[in-house]
Write a protein that binds this ligand. Structure first.
Ligand code: GDP
Ligand code: MN
Length: 406
């Protein structure tokens, strides 16, 4: 789960990590009130969206008057921001963070990650702050220092001082840097962080170290241990399909292709993605309805796929173990009832109550005119789904049966 900058900075502040004073606004007059409360003579207005690269896209502005606080905020709020990380569709700015501006002397990059290879945490620090770390890795890799951190012992002050020396920080800053890195690590580790990126971490004109930006991602599977973090979830940043999936507790990941997939079991779901790919198609999503799905859950899952505009063909791939095929079939029909669509549905059912399931689908299709293509094997089904998505004719048999009905 991604946190907004202001949410991550709230956590940092509670751990004693230096961050600029600031407040969040959702209207321009709110922004003005925050700036007046902060006092001072320079403020930064920052778009709160789940994406980096805002500076280059007009989402970070330094201003020096109250009238600019007001004008820049009213311009930024509601605007669509497009950065490398938002994708071409961009993100709407619904809130801004207003902070007292910082006098920057030096910008540093710092992040924590989970390193699955070594089963440890990793810290990455670079003297080239404020830049994309990928770019630095390409153009100036020697400016990057990485160290592993044993999650049991944590990030000691010694390691912080060692890194600070390696990136050439002034010796007067070694202890301050080590202290900030130690506290940042605790924020990251205590909340089951997947990533915490401070870019830039700055040295101010007064010789202090301050986190100017904060990007944090927390492991979704650990949210049950962090109810306060879960409350921070911003549904406005999710696709409507992702919101529905989280309400009904479905494992759903949106992808770029055009074959919508409804599968039971994560392993089968992954195999389904693979087989679609191997026949030259592209899945539109990963969707695991789970083992113990009931009719309502299947209906909701099917509606999620039906409401996704990029889906051209739907592939239902179910192996009925605990979940019964007749129940899946009924859920599919119920979902189609609520979201009418003329897209073809390729169905491969096997396992418990498969005959009943097929019968329900056949009868349903005859009644509603749905185009349902049944297949016996997974390979056969995948091939048909890929062909249909590629814009082949709808299957002739079903067309005639629909006509016969009229
Ligand atoms: P990002 O572009 O989404 O990563 O947003 P950042 O919060 O990192 O801001 C982008 C850049 O704006 C930073 O690298 C800084 O150079 C600049 N910036 C942000 N806050 C301040 C500030 O308080 N004072 C000054 N002078 N520059 C700032
Ligand atoms: Mn940044």
């Amino acid at each position: 789960m991604d946190l907004h900058e202001f949410q991550a900075k709230g956590l940092l502040r509670s751990y004693g990590v230096p961050v600029p004073d600031g407040g969040v606004a959702s209207t321009a007059s709110d922004a003005l009130r925050v700036a007046k409360e902060l006092k001072g003579d320079a403020w930064v207005i920052k778009a709160q969206v789940h994406a980096g690269g805002r500076g280059k896209a007009g989402g970070v502005k330094v201003v020096n008057t109250f009238s600019d606080v007001y004008d820049v905020s009213s311009h930024m709020l509601g605007m669509k921001i497009v950065t490398k990380q938002t994708g071409p569709d961009g993100k709407i700015v619904r809130r801004t963070l207003i902070e007292k501006a910082t006098d920057i002397k030096q910008e540093i990059y710092l992040s924590f990650l989970v390193d699955r290879d070594s089963e440890q945490h990793m810290i990455i620090v670079s003297s080239e702050g404020g830049m994309d770390i990928e770019e630095v890795a390409e153009n100036n890799p020697s400016a990057i220092v990485t160290e592993r951190i044993n999650p049991v012992t944590g990030m000691g002050l010694f390691l912080g001082r060692k890194i600070a020396k390696k990136i050439g920080l002034d010796s007067s800053l070694l202890n301050k840097f080590a202290d900030v890195a130690h506290k940042l690590y605790n924020v990251f580790a205590d909340h089951d962080g997947m990533m915490l990126e401070i870019n830039p971490l700055v040295v101010t004109g007064d010789g202090d170290i301050v986190c100017l930006d904060a990007k944090m991602n927390v492991d979704e599977n650990a949210l049950y241990r962090h109810p306060k973090i879960e409350e921070m979830k911003d549904y406005g940043e999710l696709e409507p399909q992702e919101v529905r999936a989280s309400i009904f507790d479905l494992s759903y990941v949106s992808m770029d292709g055009n074959i919508g997939c409804m599968v039971n079991g994560a392993g089968l779901a992954m195999a389904t993605m693979d087989i679609i790919k191997s026949y030259g198609g592209d899945p539109a999503n990963f969707l695991d309805v789970g083992g113990g799905a009931d009719v309502n859950k299947v209906r909701e899952a099917f509606k999620i796929i039906l409401t996704d505009p990029k889906v051209k063909v739907i592939f239902v791939n179910i192996f009925g173990g605990i979940v019964r095929c007749d129940l899946i079939a009924q859920g599919v029909l119920n979902g189609s009832d609520e979201v009418p669509s003329d897209r073809s549905i390729v169905v491969r059912l096997d396992g418990t109550n498969v005959e009943e399931g097929r019968k329900i689908l056949e009868e349903g299709a005859a009644k509603t005119g749905l185009t349902i293509v049944t297949a016996d094997t997974m390979a056969d089904a995948a091939q048909k789904a890929v062909e249909l998505a590629a814009g082949e004719e709808k299957p002739a048999k079903k067309k005639t049966s629909a006509k016969a009905k009229e």
